[in-house]
Design a protein around this ligand. Structure first.
Ligand SMILES: [Zn+2]
Ligand SMILES: [Zn+2]
Length: 126
Protein backbone atom coordinates (compact mmCIF):
# COMPACT_ATOMS: atom_id res chain seq x y z
CA UNK A 1 0.00 0.00 0.00
CA UNK A 2 2.76 2.41 0.94
CA UNK A 3 4.74 1.46 -2.13
CA UNK A 4 1.98 2.81 -4.29
CA UNK A 5 2.28 6.11 -2.49
CA UNK A 6 -1.36 6.29 -1.60
CA UNK A 7 -2.85 8.10 1.26
CA UNK A 8 -5.90 6.28 2.47
CA UNK A 9 -8.82 7.65 4.39
CA UNK A 10 -9.59 5.70 7.52
CA UNK A 11 -12.61 4.11 5.84
CA UNK A 12 -10.45 2.94 2.98
CA UNK A 13 -7.95 1.58 5.43
CA UNK A 14 -10.65 -0.42 7.17
CA UNK A 15 -11.91 -1.96 3.96
CA UNK A 16 -8.34 -2.74 2.97
CA UNK A 17 -7.67 -4.41 6.30
CA UNK A 18 -10.89 -6.40 6.16
CA UNK A 19 -9.77 -7.87 2.84
CA UNK A 20 -6.58 -9.19 4.39
CA UNK A 21 -8.37 -12.16 5.91
CA UNK A 22 -9.79 -13.58 2.68
CA UNK A 23 -11.72 -12.60 -0.45
CA UNK A 24 -15.10 -11.27 0.61
CA UNK A 25 -18.40 -10.04 -0.75
CA UNK A 26 -19.53 -6.51 -0.04
CA UNK A 27 -21.98 -7.81 2.54
CA UNK A 28 -19.28 -9.80 4.29
CA UNK A 29 -17.04 -6.75 4.42
CA UNK A 30 -19.96 -4.73 5.73
CA UNK A 31 -20.80 -7.16 8.51
CA UNK A 32 -17.19 -7.62 9.56
CA UNK A 33 -16.75 -3.86 9.84
CA UNK A 34 -20.06 -3.50 11.68
CA UNK A 35 -18.89 -6.16 14.08
CA UNK A 36 -15.93 -3.96 14.87
CA UNK A 37 -18.31 -1.04 15.40
CA UNK A 38 -17.11 0.88 12.37
CA UNK A 39 -19.78 3.02 10.81
CA UNK A 40 -19.79 2.49 7.08
CA UNK A 41 -22.50 1.66 4.57
CA UNK A 42 -22.76 -0.56 1.53
CA UNK A 43 -22.54 2.28 -0.98
CA UNK A 44 -19.33 3.54 0.58
CA UNK A 45 -17.79 0.07 0.47
CA UNK A 46 -18.74 -0.23 -3.19
CA UNK A 47 -17.19 3.12 -3.94
CA UNK A 48 -13.99 2.22 -2.12
CA UNK A 49 -13.77 -1.16 -3.86
CA UNK A 50 -14.28 0.46 -7.25
CA UNK A 51 -11.43 2.83 -6.58
CA UNK A 52 -9.25 -0.06 -5.34
CA UNK A 53 -9.99 -1.92 -8.55
CA UNK A 54 -9.02 1.03 -10.70
CA UNK A 55 -5.81 1.37 -8.69
CA UNK A 56 -5.09 -2.32 -9.22
CA UNK A 57 -5.09 -3.07 -5.52
CA UNK A 58 -8.12 -5.33 -5.60
CA UNK A 59 -9.72 -7.65 -8.12
CA UNK A 60 -13.08 -9.37 -8.35
CA UNK A 61 -13.12 -13.12 -8.00
CA UNK A 62 -16.06 -15.45 -8.56
CA UNK A 63 -16.69 -18.85 -7.03
CA UNK A 64 -19.57 -21.23 -7.56
CA UNK A 65 -22.21 -19.01 -6.00
CA UNK A 66 -21.50 -16.39 -8.71
CA UNK A 67 -21.24 -13.62 -6.18
CA UNK A 68 -18.50 -11.08 -6.66
CA UNK A 69 -15.86 -11.29 -3.99
CA UNK A 70 -13.02 -8.85 -3.66
CA UNK A 71 -9.48 -9.98 -3.20
CA UNK A 72 -6.27 -8.06 -2.65
CA UNK A 73 -3.86 -8.29 -5.53
CA UNK A 74 -0.23 -8.80 -4.73
CA UNK A 75 0.07 -12.43 -3.83
CA UNK A 76 1.68 -14.85 -6.18
CA UNK A 77 -0.61 -16.59 -8.62
CA UNK A 78 -2.67 -18.97 -6.54
CA UNK A 79 -5.90 -20.89 -6.29
CA UNK A 80 -8.58 -21.05 -3.67
CA UNK A 81 -9.93 -23.64 -1.31
CA UNK A 82 -13.53 -22.75 -0.60
CA UNK A 83 -15.24 -24.40 2.38
CA UNK A 84 -18.87 -25.02 1.53
CA UNK A 85 -19.75 -25.42 5.15
CA UNK A 86 -18.37 -22.29 6.85
CA UNK A 87 -17.49 -20.21 3.78
CA UNK A 88 -13.83 -19.93 4.67
CA UNK A 89 -11.49 -19.27 1.73
CA UNK A 90 -7.82 -20.16 1.76
CA UNK A 91 -5.11 -19.73 -0.84
CA UNK A 92 -3.12 -22.59 -2.25
CA UNK A 93 -0.17 -22.40 -4.61
CA UNK A 94 0.37 -25.30 -6.97
CA UNK A 95 3.04 -26.29 -9.40
CA UNK A 96 0.93 -26.40 -12.50
CA UNK A 97 3.39 -26.59 -15.35
CA UNK A 98 2.29 -30.10 -16.25
CA UNK A 99 -1.33 -29.14 -16.19
CA UNK A 100 -0.80 -26.15 -18.47
CA UNK A 101 1.33 -28.19 -20.86
CA UNK A 102 -1.36 -30.83 -20.97
CA UNK A 103 -4.00 -28.26 -21.92
CA UNK A 104 -1.76 -26.91 -24.64
CA UNK A 105 -0.97 -30.35 -26.00
CA UNK A 106 -4.56 -31.51 -26.08
CA UNK A 107 -6.22 -28.39 -27.38
CA UNK A 108 -3.61 -25.95 -28.74
CA UNK A 109 -5.77 -23.35 -27.09
CA UNK A 110 -3.87 -20.16 -26.28
CA UNK A 111 -4.39 -19.79 -22.57
CA UNK A 112 -4.07 -16.25 -21.30
CA UNK A 113 -5.09 -16.88 -17.75
CA UNK A 114 -7.00 -19.37 -15.70
CA UNK A 115 -8.70 -19.76 -12.38
CA UNK A 116 -8.97 -22.95 -10.47
CA UNK A 117 -10.94 -23.28 -7.28
CA UNK A 118 -11.52 -26.23 -5.00
CA UNK A 119 -14.75 -26.79 -3.12
CA UNK A 120 -15.23 -28.97 -0.10
CA UNK A 121 -14.88 -28.85 3.67
CA UNK A 122 -12.05 -27.26 5.60
CA UNK A 123 -10.25 -29.03 8.42
CA UNK A 124 -12.38 -27.35 11.07
CA UNK A 125 -15.61 -28.46 9.43
CA UNK A 126 -14.67 -32.07 8.72
ZN1 LIG B 1 -3.01 -21.51 -11.56
ZN1 LIG C 1 -15.16 -24.70 7.04
Amino acid sequence: MKEKGLRFTSQKKKVFQALHQKPQTVLEILSSLKLKKHSIDKATIYRILTSFISLNIVKEVYFNDREARYELIGNEHHHHLVCESCGDIKDVELSEENLLNEVKKQTSFQVKSHSLEFFGTCRKCQ
